[in-house]
Design a protein around this ligand. Structure first.
Ligand code: DX5
Ligand code: ZN
Length: 228
């Protein structure tokens, strides 16, 4: 099945709105896009797969025109049980990529196919304790592997150091067309080693929106990741 959407080329920092100020979400997204962000990361949590409950398709819909009109891309990270049941709603709301967790469904292959059939890029996310080899069985159905570099569920956690060799292993296992996202504890100090290991998409929440100056913080992480 052909996919109508493509990730912006090269390495990219993807600000995660989980750490944004929701009372002025549009302004915060616009501020980072004005300085070059082209991928906006949306963390969806259901209170089951991970304890917190965050946001749903309505939030994606609320930023879709703002992001797409500026040439941007919405990356939706589903930390929800049985993600296959929610793919259509997020695709209709404006998602360009949907990342589902391998640990959240017995039907990951089916869920990835459903994401592509909904017209989005398909991402497979794995938790810190899931071995990199676990993604290979579904490689033909995926466009992105999201390697959690903290345990999913909260922003602002410390980077798990063993993630860097895991990313290098993923890069060796996966064809070049598959993007590798790193998510959790990514900042200007952890980005260089992750870039060297082969990561292409650098999700950063608290390091961007936890800063008093999100555009400046974005620029610093992008420079550290040697990203555009
Ligand atoms: C955590 C989320 C992350 C989160 C990262 O479960 O998947 O996307 O926003 O936050 P930081 O960058 O603060 O570690
Ligand atoms: Zn995430």
């Amino acid at each position: 099945m052909s996919v109508g959407r493509a990730l912006p080329p090269g390495r990219r920092v993807a600000p995660s709105i989980l750490s944004a100020d929701f009372s002025r979400l549009g302004d915060q997204v616009r501020a980072v896009m004005d300085v070059g962000a082209r991928v906006i990361h949306v963390d969806v949590m259901d209170g089951h797969f991970v304890p917190p409950i965050t946001m749903g398709p309505l939030v994606v819909e609320s930023i879709r025109d703002l992001v797409h009109d500026a040439g941007g891309f919405i990356d939706v990270h589903l930390m929800v049980e049985r993600p296959e049941r929610h793919v259509a709603a997020f695709a209709e709301a404006g998602a360009d990529a949907i990342d589902i967790h391998l640990e959240a469904t017995p039907h990951a292959h089916y869920a990835l196919k459903a994401v592509r059939e909904a017209g989005c890029l398909a991402g497979l996310a794995i938790n810190p304790a899931t071995p990199p080899e676990a993604v290979t069985a579904a490689v033909d159905e995926l466009d992105i592997v999201l390697c959690m570099t903290v345990n999913p569920g909260w922003g602002g956690q410390a980077f798990i150091e063993s993630s860097t060799p895991k990313v290098a292993r993923l890069r060796a296992l996966l064809p070049e067309r598959v993007a590798i996202t790193v998510d959790g504890g990514v900042d200007a100090s952890t980005a260089p080693e992750l870039a060297a290991a082969g990561a292409t998409l650098f999700v950063a929440g608290s390091a961007v929106f936890g800063s008093p100056e999100p555009p400046t913080a974005y620029g610093r992480i992008a420079a550290a990741a040697d990203a555009s």
